[in-house]
Design a protein around this ligand. Structure first.
Ligand code: ZN
Ligand code: ZN
Ligand code: ZN
Length: 395
């Protein structure tokens, strides 16, 4: 559906200000390396929380409810309300009477019954994947409105149990509402579906990155004739009937030469799906390359005679719109992670081939997102425009 954001303001601001520490974190108390999801430092035992505004995982003093973070000028924070369910490790400023949910959880519209231990366990797994999605959206400075402040186009999530829901639960996006079937958090159920649909890759994080692609198509492409024109040149005409396209995809196989033009067989279904798949892969590439860069990865395989697999990954891919540079780093990196996975008996981490047509589509997504991230976005509010990204003045 076409989406208008009347608050869009054409203010360009410097990408330099978006630079932040990368996702490889160290305990600011003892120096131990941490995972993004950690709630406690395994070496010094300090409580930890992720503070999205500064993009830092910080050690905390005080508690049990209000904490200070020495690393952040001892400002006061509370944990997101979902922390009490073990479903979140994000912090928000201590503001009595304010929204109890963090930057990522404030978009949840429907969460499972936490009294059901199975669904609670699934939800925790889902939230971990969702937080990785939000990390990327915040790093890219994309517009993010809740339904509360933008009832028509705000982003919201529903996590539904297929066994108890009154209607069939389909993972998908509909006008700003992203539904994820809770069973996708069960390894056995998800793997069953992966093989049933003959997919090389099916993960929760992949679902989130795909569905959010549909969301941003509505926000960034629909409603702009110029942008739709550019989109159609690469992805085709999205006015083709979607239901018919979906039926055809499941009745017939994808064309045998789909890899020449598409990132996955599912991307052949319809231009919207092609875009969502490409969008998801762009986030896979950027996030993984960022992590490789944070590790200072230098690849120089002895068998490489052409230089194709040689790279020194030392840049912030969130900060640059350069798909050629991304690919120069990604090709050796994908080869490394696939070989590492095979060495420990796992399937390929990235079982995809990126041909020139796919790289061109990735370049389109890159340009679209970097342009969106350089604009201050607002939606109308009762007392004036409400910013929905960091905007040009907030940093
Ligand atoms: Zn520590
Ligand atoms: Zn939260
Ligand atoms: Zn889709």
């Amino acid at each position: 559906m076409p989406v208008e954001h009347p608050g869009l303001r054409g203010i360009i601001w410097s990408r330099v200000h978006l630079g932040s520490p990368m996702k490889l974190f160290r305990c600011d108390h003892c120096g131990h390396m941490l995972y993004f999801e950690n709630t406690r430092c395994e070496r010094c035992g300090r409580a930890l929380g992720y503070e999205p505004q500064s993009n830092s995982l910080v050690s905390l003093d005080g508690g049990p409810d209000v904490f200070t973070a020495p690393h952040l000028q001892s400002r006061s924070f509370v944990f997101c309300d979902n922390a009490r369910h073990g479903a979140c490790n994000w912090l928000l400023p201590h503001q009595p009477g304010g929204d109890p949910y963090c930057r990522a959880c404030c978009h949840n519209a429907l969460v499972p019954d936490v009294a059901d231990p199975v669904d609670l366990g699934r939800w925790r797994v889902i939230e971990r994947a969702k937080k990785r999605l939000f990390y990327a959206l915040l790093r890219l400075n994309l517009p993010l409105a809740t339904r509360k402040i933008d009832p028509a186009h705000g982003l919201s999530f529903r996590f539904l149990d297929e066994d108890t829901a009154p209607a069939p639960v389909l993972t998908g996006h509909d006008n700003g509402i992203i539904t994820i079937a809770l069973k996708e958090a069960d390894d056995a159920a998800r793997e069953y579906r992966r093989t049933q649909f003959n997919e090389p890759y099916r993960t929760l994080l992949g679902h989130f990155r795909h569905e959010i692609g549909h969301y941003y198509w509505d926000i960034l492409v629909a409603g702009s004739a110029a942008e739709q024109g550019r989109f159609r040149q690469l992805f085709g005409d999205e006015r083709a009937d979607y239901a018919t396209a979906l039926r055809r995809h499941y009745a017939e196989r994808a064309p045998s030469d789909w890899q020449l033009s598409y990132i996955s067989a599912y991307a052949t279904t319809h231009p919207w799906e092609d875009f969502a798949e490409t969008f998801a892969h762009f986030l896979h590439l950027v996030d993984t390359t960022e992590m490789a860069s944070a590790f200072g990865l230098h690849l120089r395989p002895a068998v490489d005679r052409t230089g194709e697999l040689t790279a020194q990954i030392a840049y912030d891919p969130y900060a640059r719109d350069d798909v050629a540079e991304l690919m120069d780093n990604w090709v050796p990196l994908a080869s490394l992670i696939n070989n590492l996975n095979r060495a420990v008996g796992q399937n390929d981490a990235y079982p995809f081939v990126l041909g020139p047509a796919v790289v061109e589509k990735l370049g389109y997504v890159s340009r679209l997102l970097y342009a969106a991230g350089h604009i201050g976005w607002t939606v109308p509010g009762p007392t004036g425009p409400i910013p929905i990204n960091r905007g040009p003045l907030s940093q």
